[in-house]
Design a protein around this ligand. Sequence first.
Ligand code: UT7
Length: 335
Amino acid sequence: MTTSRMQSNAVITAIGSYVPEQVLRNADLERMVDTNDEWIVQRTGIRERRISAPEEYASDLAVAAVRDLEHRYLARLSDIDYIIVATSTPDTVFPSVASRVQHACGIVSAGAVDIQAACAGFVSGLQLASGLLLSGSCRKILVIGTETLSKITDYTDRSTCILFGDGAGAVLVEAAADGAGAFIASRSATDGAAGHHLYCSALSDNIGGQPIATERRIVQNGREVYKWAVTQVSGGVLELLETAGIEPPALDWLIPHSANLRILESVSERTGIDMTRVLESVVHYGNTSAASIPLALDLAVRDGRVQPGQLLLLYGFGGGLTQSGLLLRWTLEPR
Ligand code: UT7
């Protein structure tokens, strides 16, 4: 576990997002499994999610999010020198989604890498981008969270199929011309011993010797992950703020991974950060893993809730079990 103030020259200079057209409502799920709208809303807050088309993959969603960023912020893509994509649902293991984005967006000389930290992936991507910028290796980095979780969701398992959805969010992170970055503090922690509580198998039939289902689908011990999330995320958020010397009331927006509205409410209660200052994407998009934080952020950027000068705390958590937090000052105008 590591929590620290950061040296930083990183600034987010553009944001974009995309969700597929097809909407899967709770009423639709009632016809698929033994569930009901009231249970889903009461336990999770989720009302609907977006589902990618059969031939629509994580790279397609990522490219659409990048196009949105490009149009809204008139961003130049040609001089991006690194692409980091956080996803648990790459179109192919290789080439990476990042390589596909490089090609589709005509970003000629960029490095490209996919990272996999489940729902903590987007914030982990920002942390890595910050290091590349500070080292001087890069000047302009595209960080994307993109998921087609519907393609690995078991729609016969009512405890998981009500949760997940598809979407993508992208940001440009650049080295500030005056060297004064906007990233303030970061936190990372992992509890690999509890990894078997949330997984999707690829090649192995066990985690730490414990047998697991080998089909390519999400398996979750929801209750265990719930308990872990509310304690770990609340503690992590407070630790991150304390490390930065910031009292919870001074934070403008907390943006935790949108896993479940009840988890967010519990974190809000435990940290003293009122729900009116918590951003979410879970109610209309479900749990979109690595995409949930940039989606929640972009919803609030678009409607003007997030404004330049505000303090934001992004906090990813999930499969691993892993966590990544980042405190930053927002500098972008709403568009
Ligand atoms: O993104 C990565 C991180 N993931 C998370 O943070 C998810 C954390 N976990 C959760 O959000 C919650 O545990 C769930 C929403 C997944 C489940 O809620 P819960 O309150 O923990 O329910 P439970 O699994 O303890 O199940 C309670 C009851 C069970 O029935 P019995 O055994 O009490 O008769 C389940 O069979 O609810 C039943 N149930 C359902 N009933 C109607 C489970 N799923 C459903 C359903 N509809 N969809």
